[in-house]
Design a protein around this ligand. Structure first.
Ligand code: AMP
Ligand code: ZN
Length: 114
């Protein structure tokens, strides 16, 4: 999608601090980190949100989660723990409509989120 910010990051048209990249997934640090570790994990293929995924996307979603655990390991979060977040739609607080999971850690995460 030509007007999608994260597609532009995939295409390297916008710079990002890349943490992990493979043929299907990209992980890069959030530009406005809300925790000492705050990395976004996205599929390279454009999907607007988790709500737009169907049965045909099961493998993609599994790969997305496994990339998150890889990022957590790379960032040294496996002992201390971390939070995965998928903001979805307006009430979920989603601002970029290209599916992404936030990997957040390095501090205690409060509950419930505001
Ligand atoms: P969400 O609110 O769940 O849609 O999250 C979108 C996230 O993308 C926010 O945490 C933003 O800080 C982050 N973000 C926006 N622009 C960029 C960018 N150019 N590079 C990295 N992260 C970004
Ligand atoms: Zn996109």
């Amino acid at each position: 999608m030509s007007d999608c910010l994260f597609c532009k990051i995939v295409e390297k048209k916008i710079p990002a601090k890349i943490v992990h990249e493979d043929d299907r997934m990209l992980a890069f640090d959030d530009i406005h980190p809300q925790a000492p570790v705050h990395t976004l994990v996205i599929p390279k293929r454009h999907v607007a949100s988790i709500q737009d995924c169907g049965a045909e996307d099961r493998d993609l979603l599994g790969g997305l989660l496994q990339t998150c655990t890889k990022v957590a390991k790379l960032k040294g979060l496996t002992e201390s723990g971390y939070r995965l977040v998928a903001n979805t739609g307006a009430d979920g607080g989603q601002t970029v409509f290209h599916l992404h999971l936030h990997v957040m850690g390095g501090r205690h995460m409060g509950w419930p989120p505001g």
